[in-house]
Ligand binder design. Structure first.
Ligand code: FAD
Length: 451
């Protein structure tokens, strides 16, 4: 077996320039027509007899992840003829499978008890609520339609597959690791539990720290490591840091790799916006024109071009460990199969823990106490951490929690724009108490360095 270079990938991002700008489809919303086309546009009096519904076309709304979702539902006397999402502001790329599947399955099963789509649960529930609204208007029996669908539970098939490297997670960490391994000649499979690639990365602004990269070599910007460290120290001075972490030696190593990492991505064909964005004051950052989603889409194309196989809705469940404690593979599950991957290298790139309340409580109690709402992808449930611990891995004695604190309060948001004023606001006082601003950084994930 060819020795596979191992890569740890790390990218850092600055807080104040890093707006939480997920790409959305906007108010006009993607239309997801169900399997049957709408045929009527008005309630038909003739159909209001003894059927299950008062036939006609109804409009209803439900709460999605980013606001209301509006649907149009056509009923005949005894069935749901079609469901069409007419307006929504859900996140492109993440919500798409739910927008396509949920309306189609409601019609197929004539039911409001269809399964929600993993990683797009809020969108799924928003559509279901909107259709429920229409059912109510049409005089249908909502409770009857919520009766669990009886399907014959087919036993999951069991199979074994082999690969040189299995990467768990298809965010920026997983995809770059997969590409690096494929470049080194490995046979690579990426497994992703969500119905779409990208995880939190696809929701992110996508601004990447790139210290001393070629990208801005002739730009006149000072992108030296020393200057970056000055910005960092300045931010940390009002961050309420209350532990020895991060280990600054490790920090420096990581940060010093970011420029090479971005240059490597440029060589792979990742595109960067020509206009220079800055973060940490005047520090230049790399930005894909499509933001986080754009970055992911380009990385997926590059990975697939290098022969990487990406399996969606395939959840890594358990590392396979041999008698000596070495990881020799991973067991994963799809809707209908259990796959044991035999692989000498398994890379865990499963993102954060913020969508797992228990883990947040355990590892970042102050964050739990602050009652923050995570905007990370639904898949950020710490699966990799848990699998590693189950396999005998040790965790740091103390977690360094890095948070990009933001708020829906416009006044406070304005204060955040000028970090210096934070110390004088009441709200900051509250947040400091809760240590929410322990690190005022999006401190992300990617160190790329051959080991
Ligand atoms: C709103 C917002 C804006 C941000 N903006 C920026 C920015 O501009 N710049 C920046 O550098 N950082 C930014 N960040 C932080 C950055 O997005 C994250 O640090 C980064 O995306 C993490 O990448 P990742 O690959 O480690 O994890 P993710 O992108 O979350 O990918 C992990 C993947 O693993 C999958 N997964 C989890 N468990 C399993 C399992 N058991 N089996 C299979 N798959 C699994 C998940 O579904 C997910 O797709 C932002 C974050 C947010 C929330």
């Amino acid at each position: 077996m060819k020795r596979i270079k191992q890569y740890i990938c790390l990218l850092l991002a600055a807080a104040l320039c890093l707006t939480a700008c997920s790409s959305t489809t906007g108010s006009e919303g993607t239309t997801a027509a169900a399997t049957q086309e709408a045929t009527t546009a008005e309630t038909t009096a003739a159909d209001t007899g003894d059927g299950l519904f008062t036939a006609g076309t109804y409009t209803g709304t439900g709460d999605g992840n980013n606001g209301p979702i509006t649907v149009e539902v056509v009923f005949d006397a005894n069935s749901i003829v079609s469901v069409t999402v007419t307006e929504h502001g859900e996140t492109a790329g993440i919500a798409d499978p739910a927008l396509e599947r949920i309306p189609a399955e409601i019609v197929e099963y004539q039911s409001l008890a269809v399964d929600t789509v993993a990683s797009a649960t809020m969108t799924s529930n928003g559509i279901l609520a909107a259709v429920e609204d229409c059912v109510t208007q049409a005089g249908g029996d909502v409770e009857a339609l919520k009766t669990p669908i009886e399907t014959e539970e087919a036993a999951k098939t069991e199979e074994t597959q082999t690969a040189d490297v299995v990467v768990v997670g298809s965010g920026i960490s997983g995809l770059t690791a997969a590409i690096a391994a494929a470049e080194a000649g490995s046979d690579v499979v990426v497994i992703e539990k969500a119905a779409t690639t990208g995880g939190t990365t696809a929701l992110a602004g996508g601004y990447l720290i790139c210290v001393e990269s070629e990208l801005y070599a002739d730009s006149g910007f000072d992108d030296s490591l020393d200057t970056f460290r000055e910005y960092w120290d300045e931010r940390m001075s009002y961050s309420g840091q209350d532990s020895g972490y991060p280990d600054m030696e490790r920090w420096e190593y990581v940060v010093s790799q970011t420029g090479d990492t971005v240059d490597w991505m440029s060589d792979l064909g990742v595109t960067w916006q020509e206009e220079i964005f800055t973060g940490f004051g005047a520090y230049p950052v790399a930005y894909n024109p499509g933001g986080g989603r754009g970055l992911i889409d380009e990385l997926v194309t590059i990975a697939e071009g290098q022969g990487v196989e990406i399996l969606l809705e395939c959840t890594g469940e358990e590392l396979v460990v041999d008698a000596d404690g070495a990881v020799t593979g991973i067991v994963a599950e799809t809707a209908d199969s259990i796959i044991t991957f035999e692989a000498p290298a398994v890379i865990l790139a499963t993102g954060g823990i913020s969508q797992n309340a228990e883990l947040v409580e355990q590892y970042s109690p102050k964050v739990a106490q602050a009652g923050t709402i995570s905007v990370a992808a639904a898949g950020s449930t710490g699966d990799g951490l848990l699998m590693a611990i189950d396999a005998g891995a040790a965790v740091f004695d103390e977690f360094f929690t890095s948070i990009y604190a933001t708020t829906v309060d416009p006044e406070f948001q304005a204060a955040v724009a000028d970090a210096a004023t934070l110390t004088t606001t009441n709200q900051l006082g509250e947040m400091q108490t809760a240590s929410v601003l322990q690190a005022k950084f999006l401190f992300m994930s990617m160190l790329w360095a051959p080991i």
